[in-house]
Design a binder for this molecule. Structure first.
Ligand SMILES: [Zn+2]
Length: 452
């Protein structure tokens, strides 16, 4: 776990960088222009003159999002996933949330020397998320309210009250632009499925750029992310993070990590020909051990674009199919995990919670699909086809010995076991969780169909 530094200096975060709506469109455009629509590293100076948005407000703020690294006398902005998306993909809300993530990741900008040592200019934002915004597995609304931010800034920032107010309003402004603010009461749903893949690709790119060893395996990527508490920057629990990140890390490894951003080659017959990178730039001819098409990370784990593998070998295509299936499985596991956590792992049939260790907060439950997934039933993999059960009741439910029936106000359990105490017990659904009645009707016929 990274140790807290500071107190921090406010740096240029006190300058006004109002971006006037449209999410982080200005950042997206600025990066694309700053890189002249190429996936080639640029000097800070070249970026500044090419981005065409030569106002101090944009350039100062862009500094918080872009990575840069000294190479000889120059300060270089390398290509990472954030840059790749800005150059190659249209602006989207997923890009905006990636932007917020990299701001909070705080591996951007110049390392600034000051009295308290070297730090990244948004190091405080990283600490804010990990120590204040994230509590009990979610982003908590209160931390983003003005009083919540003010108490964090009061304890961590060495500056006068006006500077702290400016930092607070600038930071909240980003949350407004990416539409996490204003938000309804309760924990904030960060919706990480829509942007986690891009976020983790960027985090791993940046760590790879500073790592002494470029070798990154899926396991080492996940370990580093957990050590750095990336899950807090995604607004999820560490268990949810493992589920979500595992297929993304596998994909990152398969995509050859940072190497995916390098020019690549195809072997056609005996000839080796340089092919354009996805940006359209033609790279130098280099020898490659395998023919693999230019790679791109999915902007969303939910809609992983694996089209880059269609031109690769049959083996690669098979791997892609497996990854696609695993991504879908993991995505659904995340849904199930959230539902189980929502019910505190309490069996909806018998009300029991199964302890599985000495930790008083750790319980085990299962998410039961009312209408089974896959052929031939093809039940939907969504919470409206799921209930939370203990393993015993899950087994009985899957056999149809225990079922559900609709009542005037909702649903109740039906048990075919004589004198079963759960027979005719009402099913209590938490707010925000409804069931698909057609799935319940389907399930109710399961016992009849098996006994006749
Ligand atoms: Zn039970």
């Amino acid at each position: 776990m990274p140790s807290p530094a500071g107190p921090h200096l406010p740096g240029s975060f006190t300058k006004n960088f109002a971006w006037h709506g449209k999410g982080l469109l200005k950042l997206h455009e600025g990066i694309r222009r700053g890189f002249s629509s190429n996936l080639q590293p640029v000097t800070r100076q070249a970026f500044r003159s090419a981005c065409g948005l030569d106002d101090a407000g944009f350039l100062l703020a862009a500094n918080f999002f872009l990575f840069n690294t000294p190479v000889g006398p120059n300060n270089i902005i390398p290509v990472d996933e954030l840059v790749r998306q800005a150059v190659q993909e249209p602006h989207s809300s997923a890009f905006d949330r990636l932007g917020l993530f990299v701001l909070n990741l705080s591996l951007g900008g110049r390392r600034v020397g000051n009295n308290v040592g070297n730090e990244y200019p948004t190091q405080w934002a990283n600490e804010f998320v990990r120590q204040s915004l994230w509590q009990a597995g979610r982003w908590q609304r209160g931390a983003l309210e003005e009083s919540g931010m003010d108490s964090f800034l009061a304890s961590r920032i060495r500056a006068g009250a006006p500077a702290k107010r400016k930092m607070r309003s600038n930071y909240r402004h980003i949350f407004e632009l990416v539409r996490y603010l204003p938000n309804p009461p309760g924990p904030i749903d960060s919706d990480p499925q829509s942007w986690a893949a891009g976020a983790l690709f960027t985090a791993w790119d940046r760590r790879g750029l500073t790592a002494s060893s470029p070798r990154q395996t899926a396991a080492s990527l996940i370990a580093a992310s957990i050590a750095e508490e990336d899950y807090k920057l995604l607004g999820i629990t560490v268990e949810e993070f493992r589920e979500l990140a595992e297929p993304i890390a596998g994909q990152y490894e398969l995509a050859r990590g940072l190497q995916r951003l390098q020019p690549t080659v195809h072997r056609t017959g005996g000839a080796t020909t340089a092919v354009a990178t996805a940006s359209g730039a033609t790279g130098p001819t280099i020898s490659a051990p395998r023919a693999i098409a230019p790679l791109s990370a999915p902007t969303s784990a939910a809609a992983a674009d694996l089209s880059w593998l269609t031109t690769a070998s049959a083996t690669d295509a098979a791997v892609a199919r497996q990854i696609e299936q695993r991504l879908a499985q993991k995505r659904n596991q995340l849904l199930a995990m959230r539902l189980k956590a929502h019910y505190g792992h309490t069996c909806m049939a018998c009300g029991s919670r199964l302890a599985v260790g000495l930790d008083p907060e750790r319980f085990y439950s299962e998410a039961a699909h009312i209408k089974p997934l896959g052929k031939p039933h093809d039940g939907p993999d969504s919470p409206d086809n799921m209930i939370v059960l203990c393993p015993n009741h899950h087994l009985q439910f899957d056999r149809g010995i225990v079922s559900l029936e609709a009542t005037r106000g909702g649903f109740r359990f039906v048990s075919h076991i004589p004198k079963d105490p759960i027979h005719h017990r009402a099913l209590t659904l938490e707010p925000g969780h409804a069931l698909d009645a057609s799935c319940v009707t389907w399930h109710a016929s399961l016992f009849r169909s098996k006994t006749t």
